[in-house]
Structures are given as C-alpha cells and as structure tokens.
Design a binder for this molecule. Structure first.
Ligand code: SF4
Length: 675
C-alpha cells in the first residue's frame, strides 16, 4: 500500500533513498530452497509488482531469499549518526551501528519517500549504563532480556533508550544490533549505542571503511553528551549478568537461568523442550552463528546431537553463504538441524509445524524477539520462550527446560558426564563475508520504459487513483453514515485477519470499512440504515451506494476515535468510499493525521456533549468554506423531526494541511508541487 500510495503522487522517483524487502511471506515447511520456491510461486503477483514498481521509481529491491530487512539494513545501509525509518517495528536494529532507526507505519514511509515532513512527538530518554564486561554464557541478548524484565513491555513507550558506559566496548556491533532490535519489546521509539571501534570494525568488514573513517572524524558527536540527564537511568554490571530466558507468552517475564528450572516447575510449564530455533532479525549475526555452532560442535565431539528439533533461520543471504563456506551450517545439519530460507519464517507464524497438534501444551525456545500467544505456530498452547542462541543450542541438546548449561552435566555417547564449554566465537568472519547469490535488484539507469505490473484482474493489487480535490463549496444535506458508539479503534475501522491479504487492493479491503463499529441506532455492528432506500444494510454496502449516487457522508464518533495501530487503511477506506468528514469527541493522534493526509476532515465537537445532540438519522451541512487555521467550523444539523441547529467543531489543521484538504490529499499536494 505504501508503494501504491507513493505511485498516486505522480512523482517520477522517490525523493529519499528507499529500499523494499521481501521477508515476511515465506512459510517454513521443509527447508530453505523448496520453501522459497513455493513462496515465490504463491506470491508471484505481489513480488512482480514490487520488483517493477521499484525499478520504475528508483527504489532498491531485495528479492525474496535476500534475507530479513533488519539484517540487510545493518549489512548495507545503516551508519553512525544517520536517521532511518522502516515499516517494521524492529527497524531500531540499526542502532547497533549508531543509527537513529525508527519503526513506522506505511503512511509515514510514504511521507519520507515523497519528501513530506515526517513528524514525531519529542521522545523521553532512558539511559542504560553498562559497566564490566560480558563473559562465559552471558551474551548481548541477556542485556536486553534483563532490561525488558526491568522496564516491562510498556516501559520504553515514547522514549529513546541510550546505552553508554565502559561495558559497551565488550559488545560487538551486531550484538548492539540485537539489543536495539529488542528495544521494540519494551515499546521504545528506538535504541542507540555510541559510535566505537566495534562499529568501525563491522563497517570495515562490510566494505564501508570510508564511512567508518568519516564517523571517526565526528566521533565526539556520536555519543552521549557529557553530563547527559535522563528521564530514567538503569545500571547493569555485565560482569555479573546471568543468561536469561524470557517468557512464556510475553517477552518481559525475565528469569535468570539459575532460577529457570524452578520457575518451570512452579508454573507448570511443559518441561520437555520440543523445538529450539535460532536466527531471525534479532540473532543471526556471524558471531551468533559461530558461537552456536561451537556449542553444537562440542556436543557432536562427545557423540551426541540435539534432542529437541532444531531450526536455523539465517538473517541474510550473506550470512547463509558465509556460514556455509566456514562450516557452521554443516555443523548445524550434523547436529540434526533444519536450515530454513533467509526470511522471517516461524518468527512471524510462517511455520507449517507438524510435530505438535494445535491445542497441545508444549515448550519451544527461540533466539527471536517476540513470543506472544500463538505467534510462532498459531497454537495458543505453545509456551514460547526467548533467549540467546547459545542457550537455545545448549538446551536443545538436553531437550529439557530443567537444563542449566552453566552447572548441569550432559552424558556423552558412552554415558560419561561432561560440562559444555562456555561459548566463544568470532564476531566477524576472518576470511571476510561471502555475499552469496546476488539477490539485489538495483533500479535501472533508464527507467522510462519500465511498466509497473498489476494485472487488472488481480484481487490483491490495485493501482490507486488520486483522490478528487475539494470542490470549493460547503457540503449540504449529508447523511450520517454511522454514529459510532464507544470504542472505535483502527481494528473496528479496518479489521485485520483475513483482510490483510487485500492490503494492496483498496477497493477490496474497503469491504471491511467500519464493520466492527457499533451503530448507536441499534447497538449492532455492521448494520446501518440506508436513508435513500430505508433498508438496513452493511456499512461498506451503504457507503458504496451513497458514493454511486454522488452523496457525500460523515461519520460521528466517540472519544479517542482511531486508537490502536497506525493502519493507514483506516483513513484510506472512508476516503475511497466517499466520506468527507469524521466528527468525534476526540481522536487518536496518528489516525487524525492519517485522515488529513488522505484529504478528509477530522473534526471534534467544541462541546463534547454535542455528540449526544446528533441522532443517526439526522442530516448535516458542513461549512467547509470556513476552514482556516485556529478557527472553528460550523456543523448545521437538520434533525429528522424538529428545528435545525448549529454546532461548533474544532480542528487541528495548519496551513500546509489545509492545502492537503483543498488538493484532495497530501500526495496530490506533493504531486502538484513537483509538476
Ligand atoms: Fe519481524 Fe521476526 Fe521478521 Fe524480525 S524476523 S522482521 S521480528 S517477523
């Protein structure tokens, strides 16, 4: 949808460097190559569209199989002191290279691609001072698992987390990436590390020495200010840090390994470890893979393998090719592992899991970042825990939640007891990275002949037409499509689930518009009266009928209308189906801005009690010609029975945003300026 919206701006190319990544739609079934082939065939029309649109609009395209967006960003694009936005919550992974990288919704990405100002509420700052140094079984992952335990899943909301202190130097750049990545689990806007030699080494290893040298010139600007004050300060002594396991069902339930067996017993967690999974965007660096492979090799040298099923997801083609060359991949296979495609796979539920029936309680352990109910395998009874790749491998050998590799012995093939050697490994490949197969499609030099591929018969993709500009008149005698009662979140306005398939087809996905909102007239969802026929019908059907008859409409909403995810479809759909204004007691900020961007009028009752004066069958005039910065607008209400009366409406439009309304949308405005 972001690309489709950008296209509707009529700009010849993106205004800022942009890339597209295909990583979420590849289902893990039997292993890397076969799974990838299957995904390419199922999603062909989506990939063909993205590939051709990228070529047309000067966007880099990372084909399916390239790897996970965040790993590719770290390997190719992230740099100290830069600002980056990405349409995925784990974008802050790039903080491992000192980049201010923030996860956003598609509408924000379109702003950046089209050079519209991108706005963010000024964040708070949380400082994390790291002292001592990591050693033994403790890994960078344990730092963020501990921080998540302290701050909880909400503790970082609206804040940037800044790490500093002597301890930072004992962490590799990719390890810092892991910590920043999982800052998303505490709700942080982003997380940052100061530029240091470890980042320089990584930049050099990924063929960006010049950027490293440049960053060195500005190193004093790329760290915390002298005497910086934080809204909250946490201190962690890395020399005392224990490995942690967080979960199940939430990433902030942190348990140190020494207490984990006891916690499993107390809470009745299924004690057999069914599956160990390593990789994902969080933990698939060379260092992660090398340390994990060394633990697996230790077991193999003692004649034993993984008891639990063991799954590896390389984060990128470069990582896969490098560990294939250097032998770690073969070690994993010897250990009993299955190597999946370079993609998200089981991390985002793209896992055709066969070993356990849905509903059967069982435990799995991964080096991923999220472990919400059902996330990995769609089974609400799966107890999913997150930890370091080191512990995943070690505990997969034992196949039990009761195993602590720091203290517990294993039995070798002859029954002799042994303790696993604490993991060690190279943070960077001594022979350099092997780029592997070329999975990148650069935009062609001459893009004039490129045609964007969208089949007119497609039900998943549809080219967007620019919205019509405002006609310059007041809008008279409009019906109220629905007077929504109580909570109306973006999920009520544009439901997810099966509808997600249609995210690239505005007309099809509009069939879910407001189907979750409760109609004040009857207390029911998705049942409203069509005033032209007097029949009761579904909300999208009535809106379509009004649109076909050239009738504009408004929605009346309650408090905090549009709260929830930043889903831009919730603003696009009412605009597409002919809505003019959404009038509420109050808005969730992001949804209010999204409505403005699509050329709609988000308005609020100056007197919240006026919400009650309007009835679902009333008609209204909206005096659009009054729209001016800081001035209220008039809504003239014509009750079905009774005298007309006026209501004052407030708005938060500034000058540029008023132009968005006048031109039909923010993108139309941008297109007009570029014409
Ligand atoms: Fe998101 Fe998981 Fe993919 Fe990372 S690996 S981008 S967390 S789905």
């Amino acid at each position: 949808m972001a690309i489709l919206q950008f296209m509707s701006a009529g700009m010849p190319q993106v205004a800022n460097p942009s890339t597209v990544h295909c990583d979420h739609l590849i289902e893990a079934q039997i292993g890397g190559e076969k799974d990838l082939e299957r995904a390419i065939s199922i999603n062909k029309e989506v990939y063909d569209f993205l590939s051709s649109a990228c070529a047309k609009y000067n966007i880099g395209f990372w084909r399916p199989g390239s790897g996970i967006i965040h790993q590719i960003l770290l390997e190719n694009y992230a740099f100290p002191g830069g600002l980056l936005i990405g349409t995925d919550s784990h974008t802050p992974n790039a903080g491992g290279l000192g980049m201010c990288a923030i996860g956003v919704g598609g509408a924000d990405a379109v702003d950046v691609m089209a050079n519209l100002p991108w706005e963010l509420k000024a964040p708070k700052f949380i400082g994390v001072k790291l002292t001592g140094s990591l050693s033994g079984w403790a890994s960078p992952k344990d730092i963020i698992l501990k921080v998540a335990g302290i701050l909880t899943v909400k503790g970082g909301t609206g804040a940037i987390v800044e790490y500093f202190g002597d301890g930072v130097d004992s962490i590799s750049a990719t390890g810092m990436g892991t910590i920043c990545n999982m800052g998303a689990e505490i709700g942080a806007t982003t997380s940052l590390f100061p530029f240091n030699d470890r980042m320089y080494e990584y930049l050099a290893a990924t063929k960006r020495t010049a950027i490293g040298d440049f960053a060195r010139d500005y190193a004093k600007e790329l760290r915390q200010d002298e005497g910086a004050e934080y809204d909250q300060l946490i201190e962690i002594n890395l020399s005392e840090l224990e490995p942690h396991i967080n979960g199940p069902f939430t990433p902030d339930l942190a348990t140190p390994i020494s207490k984990f067996s006891e916690a499993a017993k107390t809470n009745n967690w299924p004690e057999e470890l069914k599956v160990g999974l390593i990789g994902s965007c969080t933990n698939s660096s060379y260092e992660d893979m090398d340390r994990a492979a060394n633990i697996a090799r230790d077991a193999l040298d003692h004649g034993i393998k993984a008891k639990a099923a063991f799954v590896v997801t390389p984060g990128s083609e470069q990582i896969r090719a490098t560990i294939a060359r250097d032998g770690q991949l073969q070690t994993f296979e010897e250990f009993g592992g299955v190597v999946l495609a370079n993609a998200c796979g089981p991390c985002i539920g793209q896992w055709d899991r066969k070993d356990v029936k849905k509903g059967t309680p069982n435990s799995i352990l991964s080096s991923y970042n999220r472990n919400f109910t059902g996330r990995n395998d769609g089974n609400p009874a799966t107890h999913s825990f997150v930890t370091s790749p080191d512990l995943v491998v070690a505990m997969s050998i034992a196949g039990s939640l009761h195993f602590n590799p720091l203290t517990d012995k294993l039995k070798d093939k002859d029954g002799n007891e042994f303790l696993l050697t604490p993991p060690g490994g190279n943070s960077l490949p001594t022979r350099g990275y092997d780029p592997g197969n070329n999975t990148y499609q650069a935009p062609p030099a001459d893009r004039s002949a490129v045609t964007v591929q969208v089949a007119p018969t497609s039900d998943r993709l549809q080219i967007l037409q620019p919205f019509q500009p405002w006609d310059g008149k007041d809008a008279l005698d409009m019906p109220i499509l629905i007077k929504a009662q109580g909570k109306t979140t973006t999920d009520h306005i544009s439901m997810a689930g099966p509808w997600l398939k249609y995210r690239g087809h505005l007309d099809n996905i509009s069939n879910n518009m407001l189907i979750g909102a409760i109609n004040e007239a009857n207390g029911e969802a998705n049942k409203i009266r069509n005033f032209t026929t007097n029949e009761w019908d579904a909300v999208p059907a009535v809106a379509r009928d009004y649109k076909a008859k050239g009738i504009k409409w408004v929605v009346i909403g309650d408090w905090n209308y549009g709260e929830g995810s930043s889903r831009e479809h919730a603003a696009l759909e009412p605009r597409h189906l002919g809505g003019l204004a959404i009038i509420t007691r109050s808005f969730a900020r992001i949804h209010e801005t999204n409505l403005k961007k699509q050329g709609m009028l988000p308005l609020t009752f100056a007197e919240p009690a006026d919400y009650d004066k309007i009835k679902p069958d009333d008609k209204v005039d909206l005096l659009c010609t009054e729209l001016a910065v800081g001035k209220p607008m008039t809504l003239r209400v014509h009750p079905k029975d009774g005298e007309s009366f006026d209501i004052k409406l407030n708005h938060t439009f500034n000058e540029p945003q008023i132009e968005w309304f006048q031109n039909g949308s923010a993108l139309n405005t941008m297109a007009k300026k570029n014409a």
